[in-house]
Design a protein around this ligand. Structure first.
Ligand code: F6P
Length: 381
């Protein structure tokens, strides 16, 4: 019998974090289980900072379904297996502090920890299962690139925000006869760009999985011009690369060891400039950025997040630990965290968001790729 469980939200935030939290808490409360929330992801586990979550009147988890962000915070730099500390000489050192987390969980008697996060979060979750903790993961990321699931929570909201941006760029682009470029998120996977391009009726989508030839995009725009269409909308993933070229990097982040610390950004303005030169049409870039992560979740994300939250708690009650809730063949299901980690097996090694981590990328036989090609959305090749 479970008595006490806890949730942690980790990694970059998405719309739907709170909806998952609510799904877990409500299912727990309905089964007489106390549910707590660690503050700021794995940092809370390390510092043993947590609060009791309650959906009762005036409780801290009441009315949170439509709320953006996470009521228990989240952390993007808390790899407790490789944690940044400043030693007594003032130097930066990386230490494995995971055993402190294990002690905290055991000492305070948590029967299960729910880890809401992307591939890095789930890698740590799997590593904690090897250290004897009961962990159940829930797949989060706007990039939609967590392995073993068809969809992550937060993704649909990001696509909707990008679609609305495309709609708006469409009318201003048409008015001023311009090429409107929209840079969206997506480090290694182009799901947001591709799906938003279809939803918004864009003319081209450049994604990390298909290195682009800018001449091909310019050709598409010129063909439109020949048909009297003096404007175009181009969607570009932040991780898109030209053929034989590299990523466009804005700077560095400090998200710890074992993660990719490059801060992507700038491919949109680059593409806009090149297209202006190649077509003679004026071009403008808009970078959508964190608009894709904040704010209220779509109906789809509210439902998906609730399903994921309820399923996670049900798995806990069935004693199915070391798992991740997933959507498989359109149905709610689960897989082992071991499968999610893929070949990145070494405990404490590469955490996530790197080329080594097991990510679900866009494949050329995906329906979205086929649909885009079929209706003439240029993919830069
Ligand atoms: O991984 C999700 C993501 O939205 C990426 O697309 C983006 O590169 C990254 O987060 C930015 O994260 P942050 O600036 O919060 O470190």
């Amino acid at each position: 019998m479970l008595k006490k469980v806890a949730i942690l939200a980790n990694g970059g935030d998405v719309a739907g974090f709170n909806a998952v939290i609510r799904g877990i808490v409500k299912t727990a409360e309905n089964s007489g289980v106390e549910c707590y929330g660690f503050i700021d992801g794995y940092n809370g586990l390390l510092k043993n900072e947590y609060v009791l979550l309650s959906t009762a009147e005036n409780g801290n988890a009441e009315g949170i379904l439509p709320k953006g962000g996470s009521i228990i915070g989240s952390s993007t730099n808390a790899n407790v297996f490789n944690y940044k500390v400043i030693n007594e000489n003032g130097e930066v050192e990386y230490k494995d502090l995971s055993d402190i987390c294990v002690e905290n969980v055991k000492k305070d008697g948590f029967d299960c920890i729910f880890t809401l996060g992307g591939d890095g979060t789930q890698k740590s979750a799997r590593d904690f299962t090897l250290k004897g903790l009961n962990v159940i993961g829930v797949p989060k990321t706007i990039d939609n690139d967590v392995a073993c699931t068809e969809i992550t929570f937060g993704y649909n909201t990001a696509v909707s925000v990008a679609m609305e941006a495309i709609d708006r760029l469409h009318t201003t682009g048409e008015t001023h006869h311009r090429i409107m470029v929209l840079e969206v998120m997506g480090r290694y996977a182009g799901w947001i760009a591709l799906e938003a391009a279809i939803a918004g009726g864009a003319d081209a989508a450049l994604i990390p999985e298909i290195p682009y030839d800018i001449e091909k995009v310019a050709e598409k725009i010129k063909n439109r011009q020949k048909r009297g269409k003096n404007f175009s909308v181009i969607v570009v993933s932040e991780g898109a690369m030209p053929k034989g070229g590299t990523l466009t990097v804005e700077g560095t982040r400090d998200n710890g060891k074992g993660v990719d610390n490059t801060k992507l950004g700038g491919v949109g303005p680059k593409v806009a400039k090149q297209l202006e030169e190649l077509t003679g049409l004026e071009a403008r870039n808009t970078t959508l950025g964190y608009m894709q992560r904040g704010g209220t979740p779509t109906a789809f994300d509210r439902v998906l997040s609730t399903k994921y939250g309820a399923k996670a708690m049900q798995l806990a009650m069935e004693g199915k630990f070391g798992t991740l809730t997933v959507i498989k063949n359109g149905k709610l299901d689960y897989v082992t965290l071991e499968d999610v980690v893929g070949n990145n097996k070494t405990i404490g090694a590469v955490s996530g968001n790197t080329k080594e981590s097991n990510q679900r990328k866009v494949t050329m036989d995906d329906d979205l790729v086929k649909t885009a090609r079929s209706i003439g959305i240029n993919l830069g090749d």
